[in-house]
Design a binder for this molecule. Sequence first.
Ligand SMILES: Nc1nc2c(ncn2[C@@H]2O[C@H](COP(=O)(O)OP(=O)(O)OP(=O)(O)O)[C@@H](O)[C@H]2O)c(=O)[nH]1
Ligand SMILES: [Mg+2]
Length: 220
Amino acid sequence: MTIAALIPTKNEEEGIGKVIDDVKKYVDDIYIIDCSSTDKTQEIAKKKGAKIILESRKGYGRAYKTGFNKVKADIIVTIDADGSYSTKKLGYYIKLVKENKEQFISCNRIPKKNSMSFTHEIGNKMLTKLANILFWIDLKDSQTGMWIFDQSILKKIVLEDDGMPLSEEIKIKVIKSGTKFVEFPVDYYPRLGEAKINTIKDGANVGWFLLKLRLKTLFN
Ligand SMILES: Nc1nc2c(ncn2[C@@H]2O[C@H](COP(=O)(O)OP(=O)(O)OP(=O)(O)O)[C@@H](O)[C@H]2O)c(=O)[nH]1
Ligand SMILES: [Mg+2]
């Protein structure tokens, strides 16, 4: 069984080296999907043995859609390049998917000191509640970007959004496809380097996306 880690990157020279080092022992291949970084992100990733997929079109969702199309592996691990997610339990989570005990594990963030701003935390709670109400689901952390899943799941769903909403989209569509979905904890630390999201703008985008997706599914 092959295991690949996918990491979207946009100027993440402060964190990418650490994340690759942390993930390396659990996976066969590491890919960064890089959006025209102008810092040392690509250079560091290459030196650490990661493969580089170039995706100049902007967006977190765009990066993952391109990565999912290009990478062939039995199990996929996704993680941010900013060192914010602990990889302590990654080996165990991969084992669960490998043994088919779980199919999609979404890592529920347990924030450590100062790892999330107040607005970020409130926004996350509100968007999670909105997703739960609209789709009759029971997520604890709708925006976490660390997932471990069986790649065959991707054949059952069509991912659309190019931006941050892809994080909610994948979870909702996986759950609705009847795939076994579970949230397990992950320690969450302050990110290295500068944030790439705009809490208000991206938060509003996610809310709007959720409403549109709900309306669309009403008529399907
Ligand atoms: N390829 C690509 N990667 C991106 C883009 N925007 C963000 N990323 C990466 O996607 C990951 C998530 O972005 P973050 O800025 O960490 O967003 P976040 O985790 O919601 O916010 P923080 O809590 O501040 O970390 C990081 O690894 C970014 O480098 C983009 O347009 N293209
Ligand atoms: Mg992050």
